[in-house]
Design a protein around this ligand. Structure first.
Ligand code: ADP
Length: 244
């Protein structure tokens, strides 16, 4: 369903992604781990075209962008709709309520009917467990609640794939569980997900496969039980020893 071929990204002189190749099947949950600076976030942002890759081909559900050629704004806009992104710092509109945050995309970007979107947004906020706080502003919500609004907002666009960029790393420890629970439920529903996280328990419990990135490449990919107990590569072993 997702295919990344020969993906490179350079910031000035700094080459951050050095030829990423990755295939993901529909319904798979992929957890991406690796040291800080290894390019995990950049890869995710390239998939959402928040960063423009230097070269490489990305395909999702039959739509392709080849960054070796010039890509039109229109094709980027249409491609971007295939993925929903959940950010480390929630990125909610501070002057909009939870409900308005979730409604924004479908109404403004997709031009959907406001009454129908309101219903959908209410249902999504209930699904993530904050149906009773739909009229609250982000500042009136805890970090865990804000992040669940962030997840509902991404889901409201009905993406094919959900991308999570360290969704719990800004949270106080006691709030991490409620966000991971929503993510696990989504995984069980069959959502295709790519999750950059340091939560190894989530990786063990929810991932179909774990990808270890280092120095801008995918070093190793395997089922969680394999990669955590019998990593094949020395670099993976060293990283896991450091964090476990
Ligand atoms: P990770 O998510 O694995 O920690 P990142 O993808 O965030 O890694 O970053 C990889 C490298 O790219 C880092 O050295 C970072 O400083 C650099 N980088 C990321 N974004 C930018 C940017 N917009 N401009 C310049 N350098 C960047």
């Amino acid at each position: 369903m997702i295919s990344i071929k020969g993906l490179y990204k350079q910031f000035g002189q700094l080459e951050v992604l050095k030829g990423i190749n990755l295939e993901v099947k529909k319904g798979q949950v992929i957890v991406v781990i690796g040291p800080s600076g290894s390019g995990k976030t950049t890869m995710l942002r390239c998939l959402n075209v928040l960063e423009t890759p230097t070269k490489g081909v990305i395909s999702i559900e039959g739509q392709s962008l080849d960054f070796s050629k010039s890509v039109s704004k229109k094709s980027v806009a249409s491609f971007r709709r295939l993925t929903g992104m959940v950010f480390q710092n929630y990125n909610l509109f501070p002057h909009k309520t939870a409900l308005e945050n979730v409604m924004e995309g479908p109404v403004i970007v997709k031009g959907e009917d406001k009454t129908a979107v309101r219903k959908k947004a209410q249902a999504l906020l209930e699904k993530v467990g904050i149906g009773d706080k739909i009229d609250y502003y982000p500042a009136q919500l805890s970090g865990g609640q804000q992040q669940r609004v962030g997840i509902a907002r991404a889901l409201a666009m009905e993406p094919e794939v959900m991308l999570f960029d360290e969704p719990t790393s800004a949270l106080d420890p006691e709030l991490v569980g409620e966000v991971l629970k929503v993510m696990k439920d989504l995984a069980l529903e069959g959502m295709t997900m790519i999750v950059v996280t340091h939560e190894m328990r989530f990786a063990r419990e929810a991932a179909d496969e774990v990808i270890f990135m280092d120095g801008g490449v995918v070093v190793e990919r395997n089922k969680p039980e394999e990669i955590f107990t019998h990593p094949k590569e020395e670099r993976t072993r060293k990283f896991l020893n450091m964090i476990q």
